[in-house]
Design a binder for this molecule. Structure first.
Ligand code: KE4
Length: 432
C-alpha cells in the first residue's frame, strides 16, 4: 500500500509548532499518540474530508462529534450565510435564542430551563457551579476515564487527550481543589456507594458521560445509570448527565431518552452548534432559577447565544428533530460496520473488541471486554497507532487515539461502510 503524500501538511505543521503549543489549538489533533504529523484539512463535504495535499478521506471524526449530518450540509450552510449578512453577534437578546431554548426542551424534556454558553467545558463547569450552589456542598463525583472538558475540577483521572498524553491529572490544578473531586469507577456502583459513605452530606453532584466516549466508547451495564440516579438522590446529591457527546447523537433525546433517565442537569456541546462554538447546560427549573440574573450564581459570556451559532445549531437540530429516520439510518450503518469488523476479527483469528452505541464506536486492541477505565487502558496503543496509519493510507480518517470515539454521520453510505470494512481487514492483517 503506497504511503500518503503529506508534504504540505508536514510543512504547515513544522511552521505551526513555532506559533501554537504543539502546533495545534487542541492537543488531540496533534496525532502525537499515533506517531506522525497531523493532516491539515482544507475542506469537508458530506462524509468526506480533503487535506491540503489533495487526499480525500471518509471521515469518522466529524470534528469530534458535531457533524452528525456530515460536513457543509446545504441547509446549515445557507442558514449561516443568510444570518451572517445581518451581523454575527449583538450582545443582546435575539429571538433565535428563544427558539433554541424551546427546541432543546422539546427534544430533551428534562431541560425545563437552559443557558447557552460557548463550549462543552463552559457547560460542564457551569453545571457543577450551579449544583454546588443549589446543594450548598463542595464535592463532586466523576468517573475515572470520563472527560468533561478542561475545567480544573475535571482534570482528575480524565479521559480523552488527558489520558492519550499521560496527564490524566493535569499540573496547574490546586491540590485543595482537586481534593473536592472524588473519583469512582464506571460501571461499579459500589465504588460510588463508598464515596457517599465516606463523604456524608458533602457531595453536590455526580457527573457522568452516560455512554462514555472519552475512554473510547464504554457502555453502561444494565441498570447502572438508574442505580446511580437513585444513589445520588438518596444522598441529597444531583445527577448531571454530560451529554456533550451523546446529546442528539444517540437519539433525538440523547442518552437520557435511550436509557430512560431524567437527570437534574444536562450539559451539551458539539451537535448543538453544528460545528460553531456552542455549549449549553440546563435542567430542573428550580435548580436553574439559581443562575444569574434570576439567582445569585454568576455565569456569563460575551458570545453566548450569538445569532450565527444559534442559527447553525438550530438548522441542524431542526433536521434531526423532524427526521427521526436519521437515527434508524445511523443505527443501520453502525450495525453494518460492527458486523463487518467482527467478521474480520474472526477471519483473522483476532480477539479485538468493538464497542458501539448507534453511530459512535471504538475498536479496542485488547482481548478483554472493555467496561471501565482499567480495561480500556489494557489496550495495545502501539497496535492502535500502526492500525491508524494503515487505515489512513486506505483513505479512512479515524480519531488519532485509542481513547476516543469514532462517529458515523448521516452522510455516510452503505458503500462507505463496505470500503471501511475492507480497509479494516487489510489494516488489521498488515499490523497483526
Ligand atoms: P469542549 O470544551 O471541547 O467543547 O467540550 C468538552 C467535553 C465535555 N464533555 C464531553 C463528554 C466531551 O467529549 C468533551 C470534548 N470532547 C473532546 C473529544 N473527546 C473534544 C476534542 C478536543 O478536545 O479537541
Amino acid at each position: 500500500m503506497k504511503n500518503l503524500n503529506t508534504r504540505k501538511s508536514s510543512k504547515l505543521f513544522s511552521e505551526s509548532k513555532k506559533y501554537l503549543p504543539g502546533g495545534v489549538n487542541s492537543p488531540v489533533r496533534a496525532f502525537k499518540s499515533v506517531g506522525r504529523d497531523p493532516l491539515f484539512m482544507e475542506r469537508g463535504k458530506g462524509q468526506y474530508l480533503y487535506d491540503v495535499d489533495g487526499n480525500r478521506f471518509i471521515d469518522y471524526v466529524g470534528s469530534w462529534g458535531p457533524m452528525i449530518l456530515g460536513h457543509a450540509h446545504p441547509e446549515v450552510v445557507s442558514a449561516i450565510k443568510k444570518v451572517a449578512a445581518g451581523g454575527t453577534s449583538f450582545g443582546a437578546p435575539t429571538a433565535c435564542e428563544l427558539d433554541m431554548a424551546k427546541l432543546v426542551g422539546k427534544m430533551m424534556p428534562s431541560v425545563e430551563v437552559v443557558r447557552m454558553v460557548n463550549s462543552g467545558t463552559e457547560a460542564t463547569m457551569s453545571a457543577v457551579r450551579v449544583a454546588r450552589a443549589f446543594t450548598g456542598r463542595d464535592k463532586i463525583i466523576k468517573f475515572a476515564g470520563c472527560y468533561h472538558g478542561h475545567f480544573d475540577s475535571f482534570l482528575i483521572r480524565a479521559g480523552s487527550g488527558a489520558t492519550t498524553f499521560g496527564t490524566p491529572d493535569s499540573p496547574g490544578v490546586p491540590k485543595e481543589l482537586a481534593a473536592k473531586t472524588l473519583v469512582a469507577e464506571f460501571n461499579d456502583i459500589e465504588s460510588v456507594r463508598r464515596l457517599f459513605v465516606d463523604n456524608p452530606g458533602q457531595i453536590a453532584a455526580v457527573i457522568i458521560e452516560p455512554v462514555v466516549g472519552n475512554m473510547g466508547v464504554v457502555i453502561p451495564k444494565g441498570g447502572f445509570l438508574l442505580e446511580l440516579y437513585n444513589m445520588a438522590h438518596s444522598n441529597g446529591a444531583l445527577l448531571i448527565l454530560d451529554e456533550v457527546m451523546t446529546g442528539f447523537r444517540l437519539s433525538r433525546g440523547g442518552a437520557q431518552e435511550l436509557f430512560g433517565i431524567r437527570p437534574d442537569l444536562t450539559t451539551f456541546g458539539k451537535i448543538i452548534g453544528a460545528g460553531l462554538p456552542v455549549g449549553a447546560y440546563g435542567g430542573r427549573r428550580d435548580i436553574m432559577k439559581t443562575v444569574s440574573p434570576d439567582g445569585p450564581v454568576y455565569q456569563a459570556g460575551t458570545l453566548s447565544g450569538n445569532p450565527l451559532a444559534m442559527t447553525a445549531g438550530l438548522a441542524q437540530l431542526k433536521i434531526l428533530n423532524k427526521h427521526k429516520a436519521i437515527y434508524r439510518r445511523l443505527e443501520k450503518l453502525g450495525a453494518q460496520l460492527e458486523e463487518g469488523f467482527v467478521n474480520n476479527f474472526r477471519k483473522l483469528g483476532l480477539s479485538y473488541r468493538l464497542n458501539r452505541v448507534g453511530s459512535m464506536f471504538t475498536l479496542f486492541f485488547t482481548g478483554e471486554r472493555v467496561v471501565d477505565f482499567k480495561s480500556a487502558l489494557a489496550s495495545d496503543t502501539g497496535k492502535f497507532a500502526a492500525y491508524f496509519g494503515e487505515m489512513l493510507k486506505r483513505g479512512i480518517y479515524l480519531p488519532p487515539s485509542q481513547f476516543e470515539a469514532a462517529f458515523i454521520s448521516a452522510a455516510h453510505t452503505e458503500r462507505d461502510i463496505e470500503k471501511t470494512i475492507a480497509a479494516n481487514y487489510d489494516s488489521l492483517k498488515a499490523t497483526a
